[in-house]
Design a protein around this ligand. Structure first.
Ligand code: PNS
Length: 159
């Protein structure tokens, strides 16, 4: 069985992430979404809240599992028995960071492979930070995230 891990902060999950998840399910037998905390980011949602949203919006994908991890991604990938790490690549601006991360992960592991998937080009500009900023200033995020996520972002920002 070919299991992959799709790691990320997912604060919150967007339609762009869902596009990558769908592509990954077509290529691999099992896709584990690994939610973690990126120390460089100040999350809006707890890991548990992010996982609950992801579980809800991926419930139709029978080969998708949602999990969380802390520590090094490559250690988690090894524990899972993942054959590769999935990362989304939207634009050239993503490339340098992703390239560096993939090479470091390969170096510090037994050569783990990172597979880059490109989402539909309509998501090129989309990320969780933009969604949160839009919502903070009352912008419409309904085109960018599933309805449940839209509701949760609005509720969180009201608090
Ligand atoms: O969604 P993000 O914030 O772009 O995801 C980045 C993430 C979580 C995949 C990355 O920060 C990560 O792998 N964190 C775990 C710690 C780790 O292994 N760091 C070394 C990567 S070179």
């Amino acid at each position: 069985m070919r299991r992959v891990i799709y790691p990320g902060t997912f604060d919150p999950i967007t339609n762009g992430h869902l596009d990558i998840i769908e592509r990954a399910t077509a290529l691999f037998d099992n896709v584990t979404i690994g939610v973690t905390t990126n120390p460089a980011k100040n999350p809006l949602f707890t890991v548990e809240e992010r996982m609950a949203m992801i579980r809800h919006v991926t419930q139709d994908y029978k080969t998708v599992q949602v999990d969380s991890f802390s520590g090094l991604l490559v250690d988690y990938a090894k524990r899972l028995g993942a054959c590769a790490i999935i990362r989304g690549l939207r634009a050239i601006s993503d490339f340098e960071y992703e390239f560096q991360m993939a090479l470091v992960n390969r170096k510090i592991s037994d050569g783990i492979v990172t597979v880059f998937l490109m989402p539909n080009e309509k998501y090129t500009y989309l990320n969780s930070t933009i969604v949160k900023e839009l919502a903070t200033f009352g912008g419409d995020i309904s085109r960018f995230v599933p309805p449940l996520v839209e509701a949760q972002v609005k509720q969180k920002l009201r608090k």
